[in-house]
Design a protein around this ligand. Structure first.
Ligand SMILES: Nc1nc2c(c(=O)[nH]1)N[C@H]1C(S)=C(S)[C@@H](COP(=O)(O)OP(=O)(O)OC[C@H]3O[C@@H](n4cnc5c(=O)[nH]c(N)nc54)[C@H](O)[C@@H]3O)O[C@H]1N2
Ligand SMILES: Nc1nc2c(c(=O)[nH]1)N[C@H]1C(S)=C(S)[C@@H](COP(=O)(O)OP(=O)(O)OC[C@H]3O[C@@H](n4cnc5c(=O)[nH]c(N)nc54)[C@H](O)[C@@H]3O)O[C@H]1N2
Ligand code: SF4
Ligand SMILES: [Mo]
Length: 732
């Protein structure tokens, strides 16, 4: 890694934590739990890939005299390009965390009491398999559901499909990127996918609508953002809060929360009216442009001004700036887009703006990702499920292309269209991830079996009947990462150190459980290395090479239309759909229309939330290296509003929402960097699990305050930016 690029990276993050690569050195001796690898002396390097978030950066774990010392980026890896983000660098802290789950636990008393007895793995699986068979007998196998987030869930998915359930969901759809992918599918016939196919590094104009890169630390994107800034790209940031990204912007538009669709429509109005769009591209690839153009004529900048608070001349100037650099203008589609319940239509408007600029399939816009052809394992076919998935009965949400977590939750409460009696929860903290935690608890109370597989005693683990402790990513193998990206590659996660206690990897648990259920034929391999070997050999690759390098890359392939990618669109018309017949047929607006979001009670602030560069959701507050850098969150309040309320930076307050829910105490950050009609906090703090000794009650939880949500009628996403809070004094 060269020194300049490292500096540039740190500058964007607004922190210097990446430099705190000290790893094991930052830990007190008392926190070190592992035994040195037998007999090993000196430095060992083991390539793997990171799991502190779902980006899966290629990494190299370093051992010193058999102890885990530090983790760095793997220079061969296109995702990390040799540099991890600050969270990945702090990944060693996950291994050394003294609050980790250490052995399988069985619930002793009432659900949610967090009272447990340690059991053996065999006892745990006997208990689980017995309950599963009872549920299957009484209700059918479909009545067991799996919630799973990240690649580690692959083998549990396999076991549960073999058991016979189709009910498997991740919060990354209905609580995250679902509306974006639905909006882009409706327009271009394809997803933006993950890692996003955004050609940020080649963009000459980059528009970020709430995507707070630099706080959102998805590694490759942040590095490419730094490159774009260095190349002198015009950056336009739309955010009610002056984010880190906003500090790099030529134009910062402090929009009134929830009104982005009005701004996007006005931008398109200017671009069409002034004839600034890519006319050749639109003519060649577009469908229904005339109807689209007609339906946006009313959305002038003057119309948008009172809605958004953005002045007409700024709207015009920024629209012209975008058009100037087309097609190398990238209007970033965002990722966590479940904001207001109309999110698919807002995302579709972003897709349409990109279509006008001709950026889809073009350099500096959206490229066509490529992947390695590694066939999946030739397992026996899964049993046919009798019942349909439970989450989206009668296709109530016609444009949901993945399962809806909150739909499974609803079915668990209502027992409609049929009861759900068992939950497996793998690597997702549903108490924090789903809006309205009371509904989640209500659903849990209706279960006959609740199993949580986690590495720490998260809030959701506190509600389980059985808790299964997993080895952290540095201690285990996981499925192969065959991600589609700029260039084809396959990456391996492999253990660098042993687990300190009785933790086990997911593949081992999923296989053992299948065997207890009499489904051993679905695991014809004895060890995961045999599984890898079969898959890799069928792709003409070698496991020993992959173990040595951590990553094998394929040949570079074309990724833009100009390089020969055919401009095929899998929409009903085969074209980019400016006007959507399928939306009209389903009773939705064929071209997005603006609706003003409902406001809050007088004197309340809209509650906004996002990411901190050094934490991943609610999963890293217990990591001592990362919590040393930030161990509580703050509530951002506009300075004038704070003065009016008589609070100042550093004061502790509580937040009370529109339904009377009061948060844990939280420190005030009084700042000009946020509009006066909203407040902002980082998600993932305010842990209430008592077994999380270090993170317990530090900062406040946005999730607790999200008692309301607006469901997207197109795909069932849960808009969560619809809650309002007041500030209440913390009595000394
Ligand atoms: N209020 C609110 N809700 C949100 C969001 C928000 O910002 N605010 N964000 C939304 C978004 S964008 C998303 S993607 C979702 C994410 O929601 P989640 O998928 O719930 O993400 P995490 O909070 O990372 O939860 C991961 C859980 O996995 C555990 N874990 C970590 N590593 C491992 C491991 O190696 N093995 C196992 N078995 N478990 C592990 C962690 O301890 C934690 O309990 O939440 C959504 N919900
Ligand atoms: N460090 C770190 N990085 C992460 C993660 C993490 O946990 N930690 N999680 C990853 C995941 S799964 C996801 S989905 C992404 C999420 O990252 P993004 O997709 O970037 O998240 P958003 O929730 O869209 O963005 C939050 C920003 O939107 C602004 N905002 C709120 N309301 C509005 C509005 O009405 N209009 C506009 N224009 N802006 C608004 C907020 O002020 C904040 O700056 O981050 C990823 N990267
Ligand atoms: S973005 Fe950071 S935390 Fe996520 S995988 Fe990459 S290095 Fe790890
Ligand atoms: Mo997400």
């Amino acid at each position: 890694m060269n020194a300049l690029s490292r500096r540039r990276f740190l500058k964007i993050t607004g922190t210097t934590v990446g430099a705190a690569a000290a790893g094991g050195a930052a830990l007190k001796a008392s926190q070190i739990l592992t035994q040195p690898r037998s007999g090993s002396k000196g430095i060992q390097k083991i390539p793997t890939y990171c799991d502190i978030c779902f980006w899966k950066c290629g990494a190299i774990a370093y051992l010193k005299d058999g102890r885990l010392w530090k983790v760095e980026g793997n220079p061969e890896d296109p995702l990390s390009r040799g540099r991890l983000c600050p969270r990945g660098t702090g990944g060693v802290g996950a291994h050394y965390d003294p609050d980790r789950l250490k052995a399988p636990l069985l619930r002793m008393t009432k659900r949610g009491n967090e009272e447990w007895v340690e059991v053996t793995w065999d006892q745990a699986f006997d208990y689980i398999a017995d309950r599963m068979q009872k549920i299957k007998k009484k209700y059918g196998p479909e009545s067991v559901a799996l919630f799973s987030h990240g690649i580690g869930g692959n083998f549990f998915k396999h076991t549960l499909k073999a058991f016979g359930t189709p009910n498997i969901a991740a919060p990354s759809f209905a609580q995250c990127r679902g509306p974006r992918d639905a909006g882009f599918r409706l327009t271009f016939g394809e997803d933006v996918s993950s890692p996003e196919r955004t050609d940020i590094k080649n963009a000459e104009c980059l528009v970020l609508i709430g995507s707070h890169l630099g706080e959102n630390m998805h590694n490759s994107q942040v590095q490419e953002f730094a490159q774009a800034v260095e190349n002198g790209a015009t950056i336009i940031v739309v955010d009610p809060r002056f984010s880190i990204a906003a500090s790099k912007a030529k134009y910062y538009l402090p929009i009134k929360p929830g009104t982005d669709l009005a701004l996007i429509l006005a931008w398109m109005n200017v671009i069409v009216k002034e004839g600034l769009y890519d006319q050749e591209y639109v003519q060649k690839y577009g469908f229904g442009f005339e109807q689209f153009a007609t339906s946006i004529t009313e959305y002038t900048p003057e119309w948008a001004y009172p809605e958004t608070g953005i002045q007409p001349e700024i709207i015009r100037k920024t629209a012209r700036e975008m058009a100037r650099y087309k097609p190398a203008t990238l209007v970033h589609p965002g990722r966590h887009v479940t904001w207001y319940g109309d999110d698919t239509q807002r995302s579709r408007a972003i897709a349409l703006l990109n279509a006008l600029l001709g950026s889809w399939g073009r350099k500096g816009g959206f490229y066509y990702p490529v992947g390695m052809d590694v066939p999946s394992y030739p397992y026996p076919a899964y049993p046919k499920t009798v019942k349909e998935k439970v989450d989206n009965p009668a296709k109530k949400y016609p444009f949901a292309h993945e399962a809806i977590t909150t739909g499974i939750r609803e079915a668990t409460i209502t027992e409609q269209p049929y009861p759900i009696k068992g939950w497996f929860v793998y690597a997702t903290n549903l108490i924090q991830a789903l809006p309205n935690e009371q509904e989640t608890i209500k659903a849990i109370q209706n279960l006959d079996l609740m199993v949580v597989i986690d590495v720490i005693p998260s809030e959701i683990a506190g509600w389980a009947d059985v808790v299964l402790p997993e080895s952290v990513y540095l201690e285990r193998y996981d499925d192969l990462n065959v991600e589609w990206f700029r260039e084809p590659f396959v990456a391996l996660r492999q253990p660098a150190v042993e687990s300190p206690n009785d933790q086990k990897p997911n593949w081992w648990m999923a296989k053992k459980l299948a065997e207890k259920l009499g489904l051993g034929q679905y695991y014809p391999w004895n060890d995961i290395e045999e599984y890898f070997d079969v898959r890799l050999k069928s792709a003409g690759l070698s496991l020993s090479e992959l173990k040595k390098k951590g990553i094998i890359k394929g040949a570079q392939q074309p990724i833009y239309f100009d390089e020969g990618i055919p401009a095929d669109f899998s929409t009903p018309s085969g074209k980019i759909e400016f006007y959507s017949v399928q939306l009209a047929k389903a009773g939705f607006d064929p071209v997005p229309k603006y609706k003003r979001p409902a406001g809050g009670p007088p004197g309340y602030f809209r509650l906004l939330f996002g990411r901190a560069p050094v934490h991943s959701f609610g999963r890293t507050q217990s990591n001592r290296i990362l919590s040393d850098m930030m161990d509580e969150n703050e509530i951002w309040v506009n300075k004038k509003a704070a003065t009016r309320l008589g609070v100042k930076s550093g004061d502790y307050v509580r937040l009370k929402n529109q339904d009377g829910v009061v948060s844990n105490k939280i420190k005030v950050k009084a700042t000009e960097r946020i509009r006066p009609d909203c407040v902002y906090m980082v998600h993932g703090f305010g842990h209430t699990s008592k077994m999380l000794k270090h993170a317990y009650m530090k900062g406040a939880s946005d999730s607790q305050l999200i008692t309301r949500y607006e469901t997207d009628p197109l795909m069932g996403g849960t808009g969560m930016n619809v809650n309002f809070v007041t500030i209440v004094w913390e009595e000394a």
